[in-house]
Design a protein around this ligand. Sequence first.
Ligand code: C2E
Ligand code: MG
Ligand code: MG
Length: 571
Amino acid sequence: MGYLGADSRGVHGLESAVVDLLTNGTMIVVIGPDGRVRAVNPPACAMLGRGEAELLGSDWFEVAVPPGERGEARDTFQRLVRREDDPESRFQARVVTASGEERVIAWRSALLLDDEGGVDGVVRTGDDVTTYHLAEQRAEFLQHHDPLTGLPNRRLLEEHLALAVARARRNETSIAVLYLDLDGFALVNDSLGHAAGDEALRMTAQRLRDVTRANDVIARPGGDRFVFMLSDLEDGPLDAATVVGRLIREALARPYRVAGAEFHLSASIGVSVYPEHADNADDLLRRAEMAMQQARRSGSGPAFYEPDAVDSRTRLSMTSRLRRALDRDEFELHFQPVFATGDQTMLGAEALIRWNDPEQGFLLPAHFIPTAEESGVIEGIGAWVLDALCKQAREWSAYGPLPRLSFNLSPREMLRSGLVPDIIERVVSYGLEPSSFCVEITESSAMCEPERTSAMLRDLNEAGFVLAIDDFGTGHSSLTRLRDLPVQILKVDRSFLAGVPTDPQAGAIVAAILGLGRALGMTTIAEGIETPEQLAFLVEHRCDMAQGFLLGRPAPAADLTEVLRRGAQAA
Ligand code: C2E
Ligand code: MG
Ligand code: MG
């Protein structure tokens, strides 16, 4: 599938598009005002596992509605017959089949009228959306949990923490938040490979679970970071945190045995406490993280948040180090290739920023982009990225047509007026075509501030840039908005791929997202492809492109130069 323009998306009502994708035949049932079945089509018979003769004349609610839902279903139906409800309204309801299985059906109704205009029955058409429904439930779970460890993710942690703060305020109790960052984890990942890294994270999650009491919450907000929330503490939150900190250290100190290797992990732990250090969930979490950075620096036991020392010092130092990094050119772009799933030709590459920090070494974006966002340095970084990318692209254009080069825009950059003209000017000043570039914005930033974002995306699109929604599936998309945005590419977040193909529900979500992308005429890219099985799944479900460690890791520009040079020689 190519990059299709807006006119080719003939889909109205995205849900019905999904319904069409997931069902194989619409059911039709005609029900008289007395609730008895007057007519029924073969798909409905097949769904219910009952013959037409058996269904005709029988009471629909007795024969097809699960016992616990009959009363309400009958009431809804009667209101419709009495014209008290809008017959147009759509609803989802469960039916029960002859074998006792329950399915979820999306129904639409229409009234049958007699010659005098009285209601003579109801025609219902329905689609089986059970698979979609299950996928939604699983997506709901994944929105709140980390698929790797099953622990709550950052979002759910924030919800727990907000509730805990409300309770603590009411009951005058306290809370301690412990923020852990594993030391040495990057080394495991690099030397033993990603699968071993995942296994070490799962083992860590289990060891941490063993330390918790019933009321505690452990979460994995991302990467090699974990958070403990100790709530409803009657006295001495600092003592409680010290004890738990020691238990955590002991739990992690036991050797890890993974993939035939034995190694040790330890953690830097930062602690913040309600009400001493902060009086709301956001600040508690942020300050515990700052204290963790302090702990990492000092290398000793858990560090408690210190308003003056930690807050301004670490924040300022990180921010000023980032500024200095821009001045001293310490950033570097790596490139990860993107392939066609079918014949695995390389179609593009994504630019991903890295920081060679003289103090902490080689840093991935997760370690500095959040601070860069918060402090505003991201604007300078964004400009650096585009500049570096353009320089690189100009060099590569000597080897022939460029693969499509993607870069990431952060939500904060998108708020700046003048961003779009700046981007266009920069690309043009290097003598490059905007159509050689793809701008990636995350789903959540695409969905906020609808008017501004739409206008910005439209301008970029009109200038010739290809647009992609990144990390799709993790944010709250309005499907209608998605249809209206001038975006050509949907990138399925890699958290969904992680469960494929072993977890059928994760598979159903990926399939549903791919179906959605296709229905909207968008090109689909799956991120995080690590196994041949995942790739086969994508081929089978007609995903257009794939990106992941299996096919190519992010690597310095020189690697791609080599590929392009060889391509040019072969041609
Ligand atoms: P993203 O745009 O979704 O980039 C893909 C991320 O997935 C990259 O992480 C890449 O290394 C990782 N990845 C790719 N294939 C696999 C795989 O098979 N398995 C696993 N586990 N991971 C895979 P990275 O480079 O750490 O970047 C993380 C995020 O940081 C990016 O996510 C993007 O949101 C942001 N970022 C990166 N570079 C920039 C930049 O120049 N500017 C801005 N604003 N954000 C950036
Ligand atoms: Mg991206
Ligand atoms: Mg992504």
